[in-house]
Design a protein around this ligand. Structure first.
Ligand SMILES: [Fe+2]
Ligand SMILES: [Fe+2]
Length: 184
C-alpha cells in the first residue's frame, strides 16, 4: 500500500472527492460560458477541469489498496449560475484549497512520513495557485462584459501544473517535458 496512516488516507479520499467534483463542476460551467458567448472562459474551464482530473488521478492512485466502498466528505462549491457568478465560485473553491485544504493535508502527510501523498498534495497545491489567478483574470474581463484574452493553455499531465501562453521546457513542479503537456 502507498499509504500507511489512516489520517493521510482520509485526506487523500477527501481530496480525491473534492477534485472529482471540481472537474465536473468546471465542465458544467464551461458549457454555461460557451452558451453565454465567453469562448475563452469556456476553454479555461475545460483546461482546468483537465488539471483537476490529473489531481484526482494522482490522489486515487496514491490511495492504492483501498478496494472497499467508502463514504467520503469533501468541500465543494455549488451553483448553476451566470458565468460571472460561476467564476466567483471557482475562485472561492481554488482559494479554499490553496489557503486551507492542501497546506493542512500536505503538512499531515509530512508529519506522517507519507512521501507519495506529499507528492500528490504538493502538485495540487501548486497548480491551484495558478487556477485562482487565471479565474480572477477571467472574472475581471467578464465583469466588463468581455471574453477573457488567453493564449494557449497548457496542463502538465503528471502534476496538473497550469500555464498560459508559453509552456516551459520542463514542468517547474515535477520536471515533465513540454512535449507531454496537454493543450487547450
Ligand atoms: Fe484547481
Ligand atoms: Fe508537472
Amino acid at each position: 500500500m502507498s499509504v500507511k496512516n489512516s489520517m493521510t488516507s482520509d485526506f487523500l479520499h477527501s481530496a480525491y472527492a473534492g477534485e472529482s467534483m471540481a472537474h465536473m463542476r468546471y465542465l458544467i460551467w464551461a458549457d454555461v460560458a460557451e452558451k453565454e458567448g465567453f469562448k475563452n472562459v469556456s476553454r479555461l474551464f475545460k483546461a482546468i477541469a483537465a488539471a483537476e482530473q490529473v489531481h484526482a488521478t494522482n490522489h486515487f492512485r496514491t490511495i492504492d489498496g483501498e478496494t472497499q466502498g467508502a463514504a467520503v466528505t469533501a468541500n465543494g462549491v455549488f451553483g448553476y449560475n451566470s458565468t460571472e457568478e460561476n467564476l466567483k465560485g471557482a475562485i472561492q473553491g481554488e482559494l479554499g484549497e490553496v489557503e486551507q485544504m492542501y497546506p493542512v493535508y500536505l503538512n499531515a502527510a509530512k508529519f506522517q512520513n507519507e512521501p507519495e501523498a506529499q507528492r500528490s498534495f504538493h502538485g495540487a497545491l501548486e497548480a491551484e495557485k495558478q487556477h485562482a489567478a487565471l479565474f480572477q483574470q477571467a472574472l475581471d474581463a467578464v465583469k466588463q462584459g468581455k471574453d477573457a484574452d488567453f493564449g494557449t493553455i497548457y496542463i502538465c499531465p503528471v502534476c496538473g501544473y497550469t500555464v498560459v501562453g508559453d509552456a516551459p521546457e520542463k514542468c517547474p513542479v515535477c520536471g515533465a517535458s513540454r512535449e507531454t503537456f496537454l493543450k487547450f
